[in-house]
Ligand binder design. Structure first.
Ligand code: ZN
Length: 181
């Protein structure tokens, strides 16, 4: 079994900026610990970053966010990707859609994705759905994903567990899991 850590949308605008939430800030140190556990074992860490152009379909729903050329669209300093990490840009919710993620995971021999980041019921959920369709085992780290509302967060965790077969685990267990591989 070979895992990859996926870090979804930990962008300045979403964490500290205009669309910030205390929940998003709270998961930063947890993701940091998971990333260093992955680095220690030589497993891949892949950042997925929302990145939009003015004409993107999704903007009709949410308005402009994570816009191309906006410095706020960068990944937060606290989780700045290291030299061996991979950064992929996405123009919709799923980290798999038109990003090349599936080929990268296949080339790396990855069979298990560990999903972290924001928001539990939007981009995390859609990334988990595509991971399911692409036949990956999925672990969602419940204290390393967040949403603005507790009910959206809990609804999505439950959906990913019951409908997609994701394993919902705490970061402490996941770090033990990574270290044992
Ligand atoms: Zn978006």
């Amino acid at each position: 079994m070979k895992p990859a850590l996926l870090v979804v949308d930990m962008l300045k605008e979403f964490v500290h900026g205009r669309l910030r939430s205390p929940e998003a800030s709270r998961i930063i140190p947890v993701i940091k610990d998971l990333a260093s556990a992955m680095h220690n074992r030589g497993f891949p860490v892949i950042y997925l970053a929302d990145h939009h152009y003015q004409f993107d379909h999704e903007l009709s729903i949410w308005g402009p966010h994570a816009m191309h050329n906006d410095p706020e669209s960068e990944i937060i300093e606290e989780l700045r990707p290291g030299p061996s990490d991979i950064v992929l840009y996405k123009r919709s919710y799923s980290g798999f859609r038109e990003t090349g993620l599936d080929y990268i995971l296949r080339d790396l021999g990855v069979d298990t994705v560990i999903i972290t980041g924001i928001h539990t019921h939007i981009c995390v959920l859609h990334t988990a759905i595509d991971a399911f369709y692409n036949r990956y085992q999925v672990i969602v780290v419940e204290d390393a994903v967040s949403a603005f509302s507790r009910s959206d967060h809990e609804w999505a965790l439950n959906y990913m567990k019951t409908t997609l077969g994701c394993r919902i685990m705490k970061s402490k267990e996941v770090i033990e899991f990574i270290s044992s591989k």
